[in-house]
Every structure is written in C-alpha cells, then in structure tokens.
Write a protein that binds this ligand. Structure first.
Ligand SMILES: Nc1nc2c(ncn2[C@@H]2O[C@H](COP(=O)(O)OP(=O)(O)OP(=O)(O)O)[C@@H](O)[C@H]2O)c(=O)[nH]1
Ligand SMILES: [Mg+2]
Length: 443
C-alpha cells in the first residue's frame, strides 16, 4: 500500500444497527459487524449459525427469526457479519438491537458498514458512493447508473486512463536516462500518440460523467414572461396535472409554483412565476420581485409569449442570467397561424391542446446537455467531475511540455493523482468523514 493511504486496520470494535428503514414492515434486519460477532451471536442467540446458512434463531423473550452469518473476509464489510431478520416493528427491532448492544456491540454510525468495506478493500471509494447513490436513486435511470458505479464500471474506466498515464510516465522517465537525440525523437512521437489517446479517453469519461451528474442534480427551469401568456398552463402541461391556477385574468399567479418533473429520467425542477409587468398592486409587485429573483438562479429560462402577439418577435427581456440557457416559447398556436414546430429561435406550441409540448421536452433535454444515445452514463458526483476536470487540465498542460520531459512527466503525475482521488487511493480522513456521514445508519 502506498504511504498516505488511509486503509489501515479498521476499528477493532463491533458495531450494530437496524439496517431496514424505521417503521413497520414484514421483516426488519439488525446487522452486526466486527471481530466479536461470533461471541455476540452466542451470547444473544445461544449459538453461532453455520456460515451462509439461513438458520432459525431466537432472541429470547424478544423475537424469533432468521440469522445469517458471514465469515471474514467474505462479507459486506470484510469483517465477521451477523444479520438477524426479525419481525419488522420498531419496538421489536429496537429490542433486538439493544440485546446486541447490551452484549457489547456499539451503535453504528451512518455509513460505517460501507466505510469498513472501503477500509478493508472490499470496495473502492467510487463504488462505496455508488452504494449510497443506488439507495437514493430517484429514477430507474439513476439507479442503473449507480449500479454501474457500485459494480466498479466507473472505477475501471478511471483506472484505465490512470494506467495509460502510468505507462507514459514510466517511458518518459526511462527516456530521461538516455538523453540522446534519437531516443528523444522516437519518444516524442510515441508520447504524443499516447497522450492524445489518454486525453480522448478522459474526455469521453468526463462527458459520460457530466450526463450522469445531470441525473443526480437535475436542472432548475424557470418559466417567465408577461402576464396571461400561458405560463401556468405550460407548467400544468409539463407536470401533467393542474398545479398552478389558470384564469383569463392577467396577474393570476403571484407566488412561485414549484413542480419537479422528469423527462427520460432527467429531473427538472420547474418554477412558474408571476407575469412580469409594472403594477400598483402590492401583492403582485412582490410576486414580480420573486419572479425576478428566481430567474436569476435559473439554469434554463423559458421565455413565454403569445405566438400571435407583437411580443413574439420582441427581444428577450433584460435580467436573464448570463450562464442560463434561454428558450423562447411561443404559445397559443391553436388560435391560428403556425403549426407546432421548433426552429432555431423558438418552440411554437399550445399549452392548451398540448401540441408541440413534446418538442419542448426535447429542447429542454438538449439544453440540459442530455444525449439519449443509450450509452452508459456514470452517476458522477461533483467531487468526481472536479477530479476529472483537474486531470484534464494537467493533460492539456502536459501537451504543451513535450520536449521538456521532466515537466511533462510532472503534469502526468498530477493528472494521475487527481484520478486516484476518485477511487480513494489517496484520500484524507476529512473527505471520508464527509462522504460516509451522508449515508443512512445501517449501511
Ligand atoms: N387558446 C389558448 N389559450 C391559452 C393557452 N395557454 C393558456 N391559455 C389561456 O390564457 C389564459 C392565461 O393562462 P395562464 O396559464 O393563467 O397564463 P399565465 O402566463 O400564467 O398568466 P399570469 O399568471 O397572469 O401571469 C387562460 O385563459 C388560459 O386558458 C393556449 O395554448 N391556447
Ligand atoms: Mg400564471
């Protein structure tokens, strides 16, 4: 193990927790992990079940259920693990847990089982994060991506790039010992080709990771425009339900109306706002103020106008945030004129009939950067994206150092180090604390 590695001997104590969610259920599971598991099993259940054999067991006076024993290292944590499946009521589960605590176990902290799995080398860090992401997945697409991380596909892709950098470093450093011209020019060609391949692989990895991070974070979409153009109708249409009040009276919406929707599994946080205009009405004025604030925070602004009004061709309103994608929506095409269509300037649709809504959905996905190609994406976290971007800029810097081989090798080393942080080869105690604290107890 390299120095600076935090995978030292894990804590020698034995931990216990209820692994199933609180509340009533058909079964509930208490999980115990640590070196004292055999002893605790004998104390609480009267005997230690045979490894990997479902065994009827009793916690005297409390519950009867199935016990499962996993010997180290072939267990989730890599330590001896006992799972007791009992009746899933909160009182029963609490009593079973207490029996193990009384016998000498300590209550597990959030994520402590998975943390031990990591420390014992059962999972790398990206896989451990995949565990939490799979549990938290809010859509089947997100779940599939999380599973890919958990199964190590993301780590393998990261390691592949890392490996190619290690090879290139080794070649470069070997070459430094033979500084003749000829060797140098041979190396130059080979190094260029190898570096370009690594950069391409990293770009691909980053693209897939950005896609995956969309599945996790979603996009903040704000619907804005003058009063009565059909903003609330559009929100209702996208949500597929009557969420916001719609009337023919301009100035109907005053407060923000938020609705979370999904398009192809990509979560969109859509906000309907008060129509933008100068007004003497105090309530509406506050609404307009809130609308402007919300627009400033948007990733995507849908600027709605009526298709048949002079506003349709007007300039976009001021105050749209710099980085946000602006999409002009021309509504009410059912009143005559245009068919549902999209061109480079706008999407033409009818919130009333639903015509053109599908086009808008596609435009939204494109604005989000979603490519529905069916290729696998990685449910990357912000931490992963940062590391990948860091690695990428070091490789770009390396490309500018060809010929100055010491500097070239140093950039490769930095890129490789950034990648190593993803799988947790070099991680600080603080980072681990931060990652595992967000897990649930019992996982
Ligand atoms: N014909 C037609 N009418 C529509 C369409 N969309 C909305 N409307 C009507 O336009 C009026 C205003 O709709 P809303 O959705 O309340 O408009 P809004 O932009 O939210 O209005 P404010 O909240 O007042 O800013 C209502 O009478 C809707 O029925 C459409 O596509 N076609
Ligand atoms: Mg409205």
């Amino acid at each position: 193990m390299p120095s600076g590695d935090v995978r030292e001997n894990p804590a020698a104590d034995t931990i216990a927790a209820v692994a199933t969610p609180p509340g009533r259920g058909g079964i509930g599971v208490v999980r115990v992990s640590g070196p004292r598991v055999p002893e605790l099993a004998r104390a609480v259940l009267g005997s230690l079940p045979k490894p990997r054999v479902a065994t009827l067991a009793r916690v005297p006076g409390i519950d009867e259920g199935i016990a499962l024993y996993f010997e180290a290292p072939r267990s989730y944590t890599g330590e001896p693990v006992l799972e007791f499946q009992g009746h899933g009521g909160p009182v029963v589960m609490h009593a079973v847990l207490s029996a193990f605590l009384d016998a000498g176990a300590r209550l597990a902290e959030p994520g402590e089982y998975t943390r031990r799995a990591f420390l014992n080398g059962r999972l790398d860090l990206a896989q451990a994060e995949g565990v939490a992401d799979l549990i938290d997945a809010a859509s089947s697409e997100a779940a599939r991506s999380a599973l890919r991380s958990l199964e190590g596909e993301f780590s393998a892709a990261v390691n592949l790039v890392s490996q190619s950098l290690i090879e290139l470093r080794a070649l470069t450093e070997a070459m430094l010992d033979f500084p003749e011209e000829e060797v140098d020019s041979l190396h130059r060609d080979d190094a260029s080709a190898r570096l370009e391949r690594a950069r391409a692989a990293l770009d691909e990895l980053l693209a897939r990771s950005r896609q995956g991070s969309l599945l996790r974070e979603g996009l903040h979409v704000v619907i804005a425009g003058r009063p009565n153009v059909g903003k609330s109708s559009l929100l209702n249409r996208l949500a597929g339900a009557e969420r916001a009040i719609v009337t023919a009276v301009p100035g109907t919406t005053r407060d923000l109306v938020r609705e979370d929707i999904r398009i192809e599994g990509v979560p969109l946080h859509v906000v309907d706002t008060a129509g933008l205009r100068e007004t003497a009405d105090e309530v509406e004025r506050i609404g307009v103020e809130r609308a402007r604030e919300e627009i400033r925070k948007a990733d995507v602004v849908l600027v709605v106008a009526e298709a048949n009004s002079p506003d349709a061709g007007a300039a976009l309103p001021d105050g749209l945030p710099e980085g946000a994608v602006r999409i002009r929506v021309l509504n009410k095409i059912d009143l005559g004129g245009k068919p549902a269509t999209r061109d480079k300037d706008a999407v033409w649709l009818s919130a009333k009939t639903g015509e053109g809504i599908e086009l808008l959905r596609q435009v939204l996905l494109e604005a989000a950067g979603w490519r529905s190609t069916g290729e696998s994406v990685y449910l990357a976290r912000q931490r992963h994206l940062l590391a990948l971007e860091q690695a990428r800029s070091h490789l770009a810097a390396a490309a500018g150092q060809r010929g100055r081989w010491e500097l070239f090798a140093e950039e490769l080393r930095l890129a490789q180090q950034a990648l190593a942080g993803i799988t947790g080869e070099f991680t600080s105690e603080d980072l681990l604390g931060e990652i595992f604290a967000r897990f649930c107890i019992g996982k």
